[in-house]
Write a protein of this length. Sequence first.
Length: 264
Amino acid sequence: MRWYTGHTLYDTLLLIGFIMAALVFIFNKYGTAQYGGRFGKTGKGLKLGSKAGWVLMEIPALIFFPIFFFMGKNAMNPVPLFFLGIWMMHYTNRALVTPLLMRPSSNASGSFALNVVVLGWITLALHSYLNARYISELGTHYTLEWFSDPRFFIGLAIYLFGFVGNIYSDTILRNLRSKNPSPDEPRYKIPYGFLFKWVTCPQYLCEMISFLGLAIMTWNLGATYVLAITMANLIPRALITHRWFQKNFDEYPKERKAVIPGIL
C-alpha cells in the first residue's frame, strides 16, 4: 500500500480520515450514535423513521462514488470497473435492500437522529472519494495482472464471506419479527443460528470482514480507512448491544461474545 501518493488533497483527506476514525472510537466509548431501535430512543432533536433514516444516510455512497470514479483516467479499465461493481453491489444492499426489508414495530417512533444522517453523508463522501479516486486514477497496480495477484483473490474470498454473512445475519434478525408485527409483539428476541452461536452481533462482524476483504482486494489505504472507521463505530456498538441483551434476558447464552468469537 502507498501512504504518500503525491496528490496533496488525497493525502490530506486520507490523514483526516484516519484521525476521524480514532476520534469516533474514542467518542463511542462514552455512547453510540443515535440510530436504530434502542439506540435511537435517547437524545433530542429531529428524528426520522428507521427506513427513511437508513436510506438517506447510506445513499450518498451510491451517488458520490460513481461521480469521483468516472473522473479518473483509468475508469474504463477492467480492474477498476470490477471494483466499481463491488462497491455498487455492497452499497445497494446497505442503502436500499436492507432498509426496505426492515420490519419496524408498528408502534415504533422515529429512531434515526438527523445529525447522524448528516454525519453519514460526510463520512460516505470521504469513503467514496478516497476509494474511487485511488482506484480509477492514483493506483498504479490495477492492470489485468491484478486479477491473478494472490491479494486480489484472497481479498475477494474474504469480502464475499463477509458480504453473504452480513445478509444472512440480517435475515435471521429480520425474521424474528412478523412481517406485520402487532403492537403487543415483543420488539426484541434472542436470535439463534449461524454466527449467533458465538457472537451477539454477527452482522457487525461480517460487515468488518467484508471491508477487510475490500482492503486486501484493492490494496489501498482508502479502503483501510473504511475498515478502521467501521470498526471504530461497530465494536463499541456491539459491546453496548451485548450488555443490553445480558441485562434484559436472563436466559441469554453465556458463551456468546459481543462481536469477535472467543475474544471480545
